[in-house]
Design a protein around this ligand. Sequence first.
Ligand SMILES: *Cc1c(COP(=O)(O)O)cnc(C)c1O
Ligand SMILES: [Zn+2]
Length: 446
Amino acid sequence: MASQTVAPTTHSASATASGSAPASAAGGPVDLGPASGLSCRECGQTVPLGPVFACELCFGPLEVAYDLPAGDPEALRARIEAGPANIWRYAPLLPVPADVAGKPNLNPGWTPLVKADNLARELGVEPGKLFVKDDSGNPTHSFKDRVVAQAIEAARAFGFTTLSCSSTGNLAGAVGAAAARAGFRSCVFIPHDLEQGKVVMAGVYGGDLVAIEGNYDDVNRFCSELIGDPLGEGWGFVNVNLRPYYGEGSKTLAYEICEQLGWVLPDQLVVPIASGSQLTKIDKGLRELIKLGLVEDKPYKIFGAQAEGCSPVSTAFKAGHDVVRPQKPDTIAKSLAIGNPADGPYVLDIARRTGGAVEDVTDEQIVDAIRLLARTEGIFAETAGGVTVGVARKLVESGLIDPSLTTVVLNTGDGLKTLDAVAETSQATATIRPSLDAFRAAGLAH
Ligand SMILES: *Cc1c(COP(=O)(O)O)cnc(C)c1O
Ligand SMILES: [Zn+2]
């Protein structure tokens, strides 16, 4: 496998594009495994690996470019299968050093792909064809542990000492926990009105937690200002100046789904959209597997899922627009409440290119879907999982999802973090004195 290293970059000229941290830990070359540099999604300009996220020529987003292992797919498959039961089995395809599994981190991933026959029957999908990729079992109970694990390796390589992020909730907890394990200071930023489960998860790991009076888009704007200011010096913002690395973590969802299906591409995927990063990187991961010969090439469709109360991408999709117009979020799906999604236009491209779609559901449909998934498969999803299951149901009804083909629906978070969504409808069936008479009287003995 190629493991090219590139001299660190010192982009001090552009405040928008650069972090103000040292470019590499020891001033030596940056070792992020097969990552060979960063390339601009818009103009293709390449720059060396560094804590930069926007192209200096056109301000397009930078993403990680690789020298991926060439040659025998069988050997690579065997090597992956012999790896640890976490995301590091895919280290040869990620921007991380080869010895990553031995470093202190939370080792997320390799979560269950649940064959959801009961749910399939309810949705009218052929049994055996519907799967839930259940990411609620990650160390901090959302898919965000995958992306943070990549960002931490970049932070180590570039010599940052503080980890930070703008978060809709789950990311703050994932950063706090990973920083605690890896020995970084953390200071994370959230909107002030998050669910208690998210706030506590973000605060318990001992880092600093700052609630901002505003919505996520305000938090994000604030963080962009902080990065350009001496106040933010030495800070690695996992989803801002480390965003190119962070994003790559979502590829592991694509890898795992295919491997768990027996190294086969699913036909249809239903993926939640907040900033759109996860969806675009799942597509990137699937294309890499095809390119490497790890799966047989065939068409797949990616469907994006949003809440109606924050649906800038599905609105643009349905209107046939290429531009995503920002919205002011108002939904119980707070983890997805990004009104101005950075990767929105790329999500539109992918949905259109693959023959998928972007759809949204109301808060009431989200709650119904959370309960449906719990009742049929014993999986308690957070509101984001209610969004994907609700959208899957809608897409089967409208005929956009083919019920005879393999469909994977993502559940990206744990329902324990969003208890309020279903608290009212999930109370005790009866409250009785501890006596058999009282139980008989309650009419539940059958
Ligand atoms: C962050 C998050 C997502 C997706 O976020 P993107 O910004 O689109 O990558 C999905 N589900 C949950 C639960 C999240 O916390
Ligand atoms: Zn560019």
